[in-house]
Write a protein that binds this ligand. Structure first.
Ligand SMILES: [Zn+2]
Length: 607
């Protein structure tokens, strides 16, 4: 298997592999992107084709193609291996059977696929599905869309499907129940009942087209002929199972992901039809969260494709506290949030697409910034001419305004809000103070994330040493540059043993290109090397600029050392003066002057 891992690594280029998931930009000898693993708006994620590694300077994640696929797709090593083997066109030699839980999950996926085929057949081919089909046609859903989304209908009589799955397909009862679609009959009756019976069914697929569960919509009474219409919840979903986790699923993501990437934003809607109708009308960068609030997991999924969300939620969502929390969540994760404004003409995207498609598309081109939307909807929901109304508006909007980090933008919205409620901006600002939360902890970006022992080295000097290491490693001929630096500052890297090791290997062993050097490093040094090398590349210096930076940094370090030396020497002088030791004093003073002279010389050379 190790051989195959190496073979896959040889066949695949990390730039192509990662480029399939996120857009990469070429910058000199490396590629950059907004990190898919943490929220950011300026790229700190780097991919190096030379070393075949990636590294994020924001969150510290890094590795090779295997770790990337594992992290990105949230799969284990074996699954990543399978996927990359497929990509590389290599057939894996399997010497290990599926684990019990893998086999069980596989079985559940098989049942779900079979159930989906069955429901779809009933809807599209069987008389039992005709009323449901008519309902869809009346809603403007074409047969093409029904096929693409594998929409189906679950017959009222649960026996039909369970008999098919048990006797014909030879699945076992236990597994049927484990899919969540079926429940064991109660009161001692044998067999299972179908949770979705009598409902229109939508398979809930993950972004890899695997069916994890279903949602079912009740049909209006006029489409339920012959039987007493039942009136359960309008929509129901599969319960949580080994496969299906509501908080992780975005309906339609498997169809929308490519368009989200190319369009640069995703439209988020509430229900299945809100997703399907715009999709059928050509607006394909759209997913449904199946509810009014989104979760961290859903946002993490979306972040793989974009950092801009356009919310096409129901018109009253700003008043919903769960929705407000999810806006806060998305904002804190660094998403840019906009709102597709359809009110008061339309209640939701489905209605708008069928009511006035050009209007829908036009609104989509001009989404409202989230802050405008929040102010507008709070003002619309409360009477700004009354004291009570003003208070409610402020209480709704101010918690959000405290989140705006840009003070100019915040001041603009304070002005807008004060105009809307007829107060002065000063009094609104004063109110705002009451809501100011503690500022979110800023993500610090260490230059090098590998452990160093900084206690002995002053922070400022450590930063300079790190910077110098980055510059040396990213230069065209690292051993030569390192030797030049060492000629002036021979002991510099001794302050950080890990760096000293890298410099030693660089200058004392024959150098055969940065790729071979990287490969030859002991495993415990590799992360530090990778971080420093990639950080160095990320500065994108021309050779000349790099040379100048190295020179300046070397002299900064010397100045730092000389200043320290001066401090020590002057303490020494004070001590000798108090003792009255004239002989030593004059030597010390000479030394002091010599140091001072060097310092002045260096400092004047810099200006
Ligand atoms: Zn990151």
């Amino acid at each position: 298997m190790d051989n195959q891992v190496e073979e896959i690594k040889r066949k695949l280029d990390i730039v192509n592999v990662i480029g399939r998931y996120i857009p990469l930009k070429k910058k000199g000898r490396h590629y950059t992107a907004n990190c898919p693993f943490h929220g950011e708006k300026t790229p700190s994620f780097m991919v190096s084709p030379e070393l075949q590694i990636y590294k994020c300077f924001g969150c510290g994640k890094g590795g090779d193609i295997f770790t990337f696929v594992q992290e990105f797709e949230k799969v284990d090593f074996k699954e990543a291996l399978e996927e990359l083997a497929k990509l590389a066109g290599i057939t894996l030699v399997r010497n290990d059977a599926l684990t019990a839980s893998e086999a069980h999950r596989k079985k559940l996926l098989e049942i779900n696929a079979e159930v989906c085929r069955f429901y779809h057949y009933i809807l599209t081919k069987h008389p039992l599905g005709q009323p449901a089909l008519k309902y869809l046609t009346d809603r403007g859903i074409t047969s093409e869309i029904i096929t693409k989304f594998k929409i189906g209908f679950a017959p009222r009589d649960s026996q039909v499907i369970s008999a098919y799955l048990l006797s014909q397909k030879k699945f076992v009862l236990r597994d049927l129940v484990d899919t969540g679609t079926f429940g064991a009959n109660r009161y001692g009756r044998p067999g299972v009942y179908d949770r979705f019976s009598g409902r229109l069914t939508f398979p809930l697929m993950d972004y890899r087209d695997r069916i994890l569960g279903f949602s079912g919509r009740i049909l209006p009474p006029e489409f339920q002929p012959g039987k007493a219409p039942f009136d359960g919840a309008k929509y129901i979903n599969s319960p949580e199972t080994e496969l299906y986790h509501k908080s992780h699923l975005l309906f339609g993501l498997n169809f929308a992901k490519d368009a989200i990437r190319t369009q640069g934003y995703v439209i988020i809607v509430e229900g299945e039809f809100d997703m399907i109708s715009p999709f059928a009308a050509g607006v394909t960068n759209i997913v449904a969260i199946k509810g009014t609030a989104f979760t961290t997991e859903q946002l993490e999924l979306l972040r793989r494709y974009t950092d801009t969300l356009v919310l096409g939620l129901d018109s009253d969502f700003a008043g919903n506290s769960a929705a407000r929390r999810s806006i806060e969540l998305a904002d804190s994760m660094g998403f840019d949030l906009k709102v597709l404004s359809l009110a008061p003409r339309f209640k939701d995207p489905d209605e708008a697409v069928h009511g006035d498609l050009p209007f829908f598309k036009k609104q989509l081109e001009n989404p409202l910034p989230i802050w405008d939307f929040l102010i507008n909807s709070a003002v619309a929901a409360n009477d700004p001419s009354t004291i009570k109304g003003k208070k409610l508006i402020l209480a709704t909007v101010l918690p959000f305004l405290t989140k705006i980090s840009n003070s100019v933008i915040r001041a603009d919205y304070i002005r807008k809000l004060s105009l809307e409620i007829g107060s002065s901006p000063e009094s609104v600002t004063q109110e705002l103070g009451k809501y100011s939360a503690a500022p979110a902890a800023k993500l610090s970006i260490p230059v090098i994330t590998a452990p160093v022992k900084p206690a002995a080295v002053p922070t400022k000097k450590l930063r300079l040493i790190q910077y110098l290491l980055c510059l040396i490693l990213s230069s065209k001929n690292p051993p030569v540059v390192a030797a030049k630096v060492l000629a002036t500052l021979p002991d510099l890297f001794k302050e950080v043993p890990l760096y000293q090791k890298i410099i030693d290997l660089l200058t004392k062993e024959p150098f055969d290109g940065i790729e071979n050097f990287h490969r030859s490093l002991p495993a415990e040094i590799q992360p530090t090397f990778q971080a420093a090398y990639l950080k160095g590349l990320s500065y994108n210096f021309t050779s000349e600029n790099r040379r100048r930076e190295i020179k300046t940094t070397v002299s900064s370090i010397r100045i730092f050392d000389l200043k320290n030396q001066l401090k020590n020497q002057s303490q020494q002088i004070a001590l000798l003066e108090s003792r009255g030791d004239e002989a030593l004093l004059s030597v010390a003073e000479k030394d002091y002057n010599k140091t001072l002279h060097q310092l002045l010389e260096l400092e004047s050379a810099r200006t």
